[in-house]
Design a protein around this ligand. Structure first.
Ligand SMILES: Cc1ncc(COP(=O)(O)O)c(C=O)c1O
Length: 379
């Protein structure tokens, strides 16, 4: 059996060319994803869609893989949408609100997980933004802002700028106790750390493919707990979302019983082939091993930053409070100057949350982190 070390070294040749610490933005693909997309392209060139039933099987396989990844009860709970923002919109604009209801979010959400709720203002839904930096802890802080009109809490599993990781077991429990739905924007965590929709009592979860899932952009997982499926008012309609979707002759229709009801038209087959290959790698290595490897790199970063003398750590290094994102700033040099120096030296990273954001994945070598840290010393 190939060791994870050997497998990952083979899958990610990018390590030979860049110090790639930007998985919280857009990740490189493993070789197998490129191979799957190339094969699919070649099939389209040589056979067109004459094997469409195989494509549909691949679509189904991706639902099964994603259900396994998040421990959903069934592949029927998985919708394949365009991106995280679309899935958030499906929830926000389908949810059975009554004027005067409110939704609780944090004040450090990525714009998609704020704007979508703010867009409900015209229906009389209030948005409450909460600071997660409170002594009681982020989960209690969110619930402290809730009242009897709070219907939903929407939160990132890992915050995109600070890297703060939410304790979703606790949050799910608190929400359940108060009868509040829990919506998790998982794009900064899924593929890096475990997400268990059953243990965490998550009602809705969404994540695009291009970050920690190591896949293409524009193909996203949308989990909808079965009890909510019929309670979300559908906003989009078409041939693909009906129960008997391959029977084009019948004039009567009803929405699919499964989460396919949220997918109005032709699927993104190219994206499906790509993401399925990427998720196959994650499942092969196993999320526990991936998590272990990522934590080793984030801890390495925490230590290097704390001991460097010239840097200030902005991410909370407490156990359980971080995942793959580490943000820091230079004591004397502004972020833009440091960012430019890093880029010139092939360190791929981002400027976020008032600092520089490094985000290694499971294949990142210790030497990559070491070299990138050396390059934070501005000449
Ligand atoms: C936390 C978070 N949510 C949502 C998005 C946007 O995702 P998408 O482009 O898939 O809608 C991002 C992108 O960076 C993000 O970091």
């Amino acid at each position: 059996m190939t060791s994870p070390e050997t497998l990952l070294a083979h899958e990610f040749p990018i390590e030979d060319h860049f110090l790639y610490l930007n998985h919280a933005a857009v990740a490189p693909w493993p070789r197998r994803t490129a191979a799957a997309v190339t094969e699919f392209a070649s099939e389209n060139v040589n056979r067109g869609a004459s094997h469409y039933p195989d494509w549909m099987q691949r679509e189904q396989r991706l639902r099964t893989q994603l259900a396994e990844l998040i421990n959903a009860e069934s592949p029927d709970d998985i919708g394949l949408l365009k991106n995280t923002s679309e899935a958030l919109s499906v929830v926000a604009h389908g949810f059975p609100w009554t004027r005067g209801d409110n939704v609780v979010i944090s004040d450090e959400e990525f714009p998609s997980n704020r704007i979508v709720w703010e867009s409900l203002g015209r229906y009389g839904v209030e948005v409450r933004q909460v600071s997660l930096k409170q002594p009681a802890g982020p989960e209690a802080a969110l619930l402290a802002a809730a009242d009897e009109r709070t219907r939903l809490v929407s939160i990132s599993s890992v915050e995109y700028a600070s890297g703060l990781r939410l304790d979703l077991i606790t949050l799910g429990h608190l929400c359940k106790q108060r009868g509040i739905a829990l919506c998790v924007d998982a794009i900064q965590g899924l593929g890096a750390i475990g997400h268990d929709v059953q243990a965490m009592q998550i009602d809705f979860l969404m994540a695009d493919g291009h970050k920690w899932l190591l896949g293409p952009e524009g193909i996203a997982v949308f989990y909808c707990r079965p009890v909510w499926r019929e309670r979300l008012t559908l906003q989009q309609y078409g041939w693909h979302m009906v129960e008997d979707h391959l029977n084009f002759d019948i004039k009567t229709w009803r929405p699919a019983a499964s989460a396919r009801r949220f997918e109005c038209g032709s699927p993104n087959m190219l994206g499906i082939y790509g993401l399925s290959a990427s998720v196959s790698l994650l499942l092969e290595i196993g999320i526990a091993e991936i998590e272990r490897r990522i934590f080793a790199r984030t801890k390495q970063l925490f230590e290097a930053i704390t001991h460097a003398g010239h840097l200030e750590l902005l991410t909370d290094p407490s156990p359980g409070r971080y995942a793959g994102i580490v943000t820091f700033r230079h004591n004397k040099v502004d972020n833009e100057t440091l960012f430019q120096q890093l880029r010139e030296n092939k360190v791929i990273c981002a400027q976020r949350g008032g600092g520089i954001r490094f985000s290694p994945h499971c294949y990142t070598r210790p030497a990559t982190v070491e070299a990138a840290m050396r390059l934070t010393r501005v000449q």
